[in-house]
Ligand binder design. Sequence first.
Ligand SMILES: Cc1ncc(COP(=O)(O)O)c(C=O)c1O
Length: 441
Amino acid sequence: MNDVQRSRTLPGPKARALIERDRLVVSPSYVRDYPFAIAHGKGAEAWDVDGNRFVDFASGIAVCSTGHSHPEVVAAIKSSAEKFLHISCDYWHEGVVELAELMAKLDPVSGPAMSFFANSGTEAVEAALKLARQVTGRGRYIGFLGGFHGRTMGSLAFTASKYTQQRGYFPTMPGVVHVPYPNPYRPLFAGDDQGRAVLNYIEMLFERNLPPSEVAAILIEPIQGEGGYIVPPPGFLAGLRALCDKHGICLIFDEVQAGIGRTGRMFAWQHEGVRPDMITLAKGIASGMPIGLMVGARKYMEKWPPGSHANTFGGNPVCCAAALATLRLVGSGYADNARLMGERALARLRQFQQEFAVIGDVRGRGLMIGVEFVKDRATKAPAKEFATRLVTRAFENGLLLLECGASGLRIIPPLMIGAPLLDEGLDILHRSMRETLAELG
Ligand SMILES: Cc1ncc(COP(=O)(O)O)c(C=O)c1O
């Protein structure tokens, strides 16, 4: 059966039956762009319950960093699970200490580091927000338009990539002022240096509207994820660092999506050499097991008294084992592979850009690549319908993709993907673009 014929039969009968059962009992609040019902995965490939094979350029939203069910990660999980499944951070165990030691060794924040163990990205962000408030005694924050930091009431107050995320939940945590994220492709300010312009804007706020002495933290994604895979201009993060140092404000980098090898370096900030005071990590850190970390500078962390923040499941031994195995693999080759495969993908996507006027911009670092679609390159009007149709068409052709931003696509395969599968996925994308353009006329 060729791919076009297959496209007419998706979802298959087993997927359709599962989706029907799900519809009655699973929360409708999840976003499901296309009917993919997984049976199993291996590396950068996945199969649905009807036996259809897919190349995975989505990685379960940038989570399956070592690919689906990497044997070393699975072995670590099995061996840990056989010893004990849970004890809580009210006690001690080797996995928690080893992971925190490894984090300290990776040197992700300014000065010696300590780790708080959470279960997800949003919880890691909540921990950073709480720590910043407690150590500074200040109650206001700066976040960025287009940012995504999670969906609990604190992180949600910063999340601003689509209004559906906050709609119906106001008031969220008070005290957050949003400023523009510097976007070289869609400049909001006059002048060539959008980073400098945003820094000037924050300085203006500090002079007129927002006393810096009341600001606990600036929370930013060093590469904006859900909001459109936007790489800020060089020097911008350094400028934020300087502003924070000047005013005693904590700088928090949310690397839940961009961290752990995704950009070709262990941490995305390494491309700019600017260390934060706190960093939040989750998603790819344990290849799919639920763990989040807030790693903070010891000078702040040691001011957090017992009982001021904790949880039940944080530091789960099986998740720690998966994280340790993942970090070993990422540190000993997969981050480098992400850099090389990222360069390969970017080069090919830039060829696509020459061929298809609908591609306005291609950008990214490592295997965190965004492709932005426009109706017209002069006006840069978002081609949202094209992006949405393309993702569905690619699925029908055997490629898993995710959208981001106003009309963009993210290319986030597992970090271990090799050239043959990467090329196969890009071939499918190319064909899907041609078919989508033909379909939409
Ligand atoms: C940068 C960033 N921060 C935080 C989160 C929230 O993570 P979680 O969904 O694990 O709560 C996400 C999720 O997409 C994210 O991309």
